[in-house]
Design a binder for this molecule. Structure first.
Ligand code: G3P
Ligand code: MG
Length: 244
């Protein structure tokens, strides 16, 4: 068992900026999460057709913008004009999809940390990993962002561009090969769906020298269960309930 690396991140991390209280993955969400005292945010980074890195969870535009179709098929100039706030609440009308660089500027200004989830469109894993890492490599950080992805190929591509950035492997379940993947990718953490954490999986991850995080933790009983397992961080939508 190797000793886990020093861990500079807070226990509570706001999912997609402020969870569900503001339009996810927008600057309004980060501002709201910060207003609730959060100092670390998870976000979903993906590519436009012309390779710009911006925040959006879904492959398609319909759920969280007034656009239509696959985001990766549209140039950034078109994506930048979309309304990414009105779907959530009329008072957020006019909120835009932020570029990752804008979110980095927000975090620099407000002394906040990031968990950047690389969210590749299907088949675009390597290009997305590389481009996200290139944007991050342009910055100087007091605390480096934690990179994560469900896609080992995306993490490997990011790691080749920015090897010093800490990496976390996202898991919906502790699938076959997860330890080999985390090791081969040089991950410092596994970030698993909360129900996947049991005493056994928590012990296995600890034995592999990995920090252990869970998503998306939204109720007290689950938060207490995971805390008792010794987890290092919880990602939540409930920024108005769980105070960091
Ligand atoms: O990064 C943790 C969590 O965000 C992964 O799932 O679908 O909410 O991006 P999802
Ligand atoms: Mg995510």
């Amino acid at each position: 068992m190797s000793a886990p690396a020093a861990w500079p991140y807070p226990f509570w991390i706001a999912h997609r900026g402020a969870g569900r209280l503001a339009p996810e993955n927008t600057l309004a969400a980060f501002a709201l999460g910060r207003a609730y005292g959060y100092r670390m945010f998870e976000c979903d980074a993906r590519l436009s057709a012309d390779g710009e890195v911006f925040l959006l969870h879904d492959d398609r535009l319909e759920r969280t913008t007034d656009g239509r179709g696959e985001a990766v098929e549209q140039a950034w100039a078109a994506l930048a004009r979309l309304d990414a706030g009105a779907w959530h609440d009329p008072r957020h009308a006019g909120e835009r999809l932020p570029m990752l660089a804008q979110v980095l500027a927000f975090c620099r200004e407000h002394d906040c940390m990031l968990n950047v989830e690389i969210k590749p469109a299907p088949g675009d894993e390597v290009r997305t990993g590389r481009r996200v890492a290139r944007v991050l490599a342009l910055e100087r950080f007091a605390t480096p962002p934690l990179l994560s992805s469900f896609s080992p190929a995306a993490i490997a591509a990011a790691s080749a561009v920015a090897p010093a950035l800490p990496r976390g492997l996202l898991l919906e379940t502790f699938r076959a090969g997860w330890r080999d993947d985390a090791g081969a990718l040089g991950c410092v953490a596994v970030i698993a769906e909360c129900a996947a954490w049991t005493p056994e999986t928590a012990a296995q991850a600890a034995a592999a020298g990995l920090r252990r995080l869970a998503y998306t933790v939204n109720d007290d009983a689950e938060a207490e269960r995971l805390r008792a397992l010794g987890l290092d961080g919880l990602i939540t939508d409930q920024v108005d309930h769980f105070r960091p």
